[in-house]
Write a protein that binds this ligand. Structure first.
Ligand code: V55
Ligand code: FE
Length: 491
């Protein structure tokens, strides 16, 4: 994610290439584990046409999905734009008709009535279907073999929110998906609809709640009993949008809030806890234990995104855009509406952290993340100038013994989000692989790294002969989750 906020999307390694491609058998070093039969799906964005307005956010780039298919010790690659209504309208016009991030009042009149979502945030697989996600719209179904765009998806009409989060969660004990949409009834609306969708894709439960103020709810956490809904300081309303501002402004006078409610209730038990300025983006995991709820999350100290301006006009402060492995504790039996925050490791991390997803909602021992290891070298002569310390390493944090293990990816590398792949046949937490793409800034190409998740040692590397499109989120699915065996045979 580092490239997304460093504002270099139009130049150098992250300049759009606007091409789609397929490589049948990629160059590899080391040995691709034979048990890896599945896909690493990445979603990110590349502007098909340059932004219409200069202050647009990189988060507004056109959605692009790419796939590393692992099978029989080999890896193939494919990448394609998501054919959103916006993509099609822009392509027809030959230019970008859409203005600032999630502000239709800044669009060209020719964009009127066209859904402006870019679907550039995350892939999702549920009930045997593949989707791309953006939190301002419904999921878009994608053919997992060809990566062709199919259509918006509303779960047979059961999903009533106009939007769908980029961070659904799965209960590993049931396979049920729990997800929500905010601004659920339209632009700047304070409605949040929360759903349980069973593993066949049917909506089984809905909870409707109101947000105390309209704010970005990017990720959330699920426990066996509760949902945890964090938001803070990013603010929008119709006035702000009509005045031509970008969707979010950072207003630090508004409270940081974390809502907790029963996941199977009707929302009437929802409680809002309040705390000091924090920027809530991604979470690791959470658990409920009686009246005690704990949340593991790498929340930042302040505004993370320089392109969502501080409402008070103050300049963006990079020192506050720092995240750590943190534990938040809530006492549901207390009348006190504050939380306890502990910083468990003093190493600053990139907030795109992961746990072994088979332990989502359950007590887990390990947390994984990328980070910038300042003790490791960067070859500036070959890698070029990188503004701040490059994200060069993977970390495994052991919450039981407090030990951090790390893996260094290379002297000219900048890493994107990692993902955990369980070893087939093993259910032991953390037994598997850490995989993720690395930008090799010297070679101007993307590499996919496969690391043993317990030893933190490299087992293989896949080399693309070009710079892959930027990634926001990437996840692994086994071939059978998408029935790839049958689908590829029939393709
Ligand atoms: C995030 C990402 C987004 C977005 C809102 O990482 C928040 C947080 C890639 O798009 O639209
Ligand atoms: Fe995210």
């Amino acid at each position: 994610m580092v490239q997304i906020f460093e504002g270099t999307l139009d130049q150098g390694f992250f300049a759009p290439q606007r091409f789609e491609c397929e490589i049948a058998d990629c160059e590899v070093s080391g040995t691709i584990p034979a048990d890896m039969d599945g896909v690493f799906m990445r979603v990110g964005g590349e502007f098909l046409y340059s932004p219409l307005l200069p202050n647009d956010a990189p988060l507004h780039s056109d959605g692009y999905i790419s796939k590393f298919r692992f099978k029989g010790g080999r890896v193939s690659y494919q990448g394609k734009y998501v054919r959103t209504p916006r993509y099609e309208a822009n392509l027809a016009a030959g230019r970008n008709l859409f203005g600032l991030y999630r502000n239709p009042f800044t669009d060209d009149p020719a964009a009127k009535g066209v859904n402006g979502t870019v679907s550039n945030t995350a892939p999702m697989v549920h009930a045997g279907k593949l989707f791309t996600l953006k939190e301002d719209a419904l999921p878009i179904e994608i053919d997992p073999v060809t990566l062709d765009t199919i259509a918006f998806h509303d779960f047979g009409g059961g999903w009533k929110s106009e939007t769908f989060t980029a961070h659904p969660k799965w209960d590993p004990l049931t396979g049920d998906m729990y997800a929500f949409g905010y601004e659920a009834t339209g632009l700047a609306s304070d409605d949040v609809f929360f759903y349980r969708v069973d593993r066949y894709g049917e909506v089984k439960h809905e909870i409707r709640i109101k947000q105390p103020y309209v704010s970005l709810i990017h990720d959330y956490a699920l426990t066996q009993e509760h949902v945890i809904i964090p938001f803070a300081c990013y603010y929008t309303d119709m006035e702000q949008l009509k005045a031509g501002k970008i969707h979010w402004q950072w207003d630090r006078t508004r409270p940081s809030m974390i809502g907790i409610m029963r996941r199977d209730g009707d929302g009437s038990d929802l409680r809002w806890f309040k705390g000091p300025e924090r920027c809530f983006m991604h979470v690791f995991n959470a658990q409920s234990d009686g009246n005690k709820v704990t949340l593991l999350a790498p929340f930042y100290d302040g505004n993370f995104f320089p392109f969502f301006p501080n409402i008070d006009g103050s300049p963006w402060d990079p020192s506050r855009a720092k995240g750590f492995v943190r534990r938040y504790t809530f006492d549901l039996s207390s009348k006190d509406d504050s939380w306890r925050e502990e910083t468990l490791f003093d190493t600053p991390i990139v907030d795109l952290g992961k746990v072994d997803h088979r332990y989502t909602t359950l007590p887990q021992r390990y947390a994984f993340s990328t980070f910038a290891d300042p003790t490791k070298p960067f070859d500036r002569e070959r890698g070029g100038e990188v503004g701040r310390a490059p994200v060069n390493s993977y970390a495994r944090f052991d919450l039981e013994d407090g030990v951090m293990k790390s893996f260094f990816a290379g002297e000219t590398h900048s890493l994107q989000e990692l993902t955990f792949v369980p070893r087939r046949g093993s259910s032991e937490e953390g037994d598997g692989y850490l995989i993720g793409t690395a930008s090799n800034l010297a070679e101007m190409r993307t590499e996919l790294i496969v690391v043993d998740a317990r030893k933190l040692e490299e087992v293989a590397r896949v080399y693309l002969p070009f710079r892959a499109s930027t990634q926001v989120h990437g996840y692994w699915w086994n071939a059978e989750d998408l029935a790839l065996g049958e689908r590829e045979a029939g393709a």
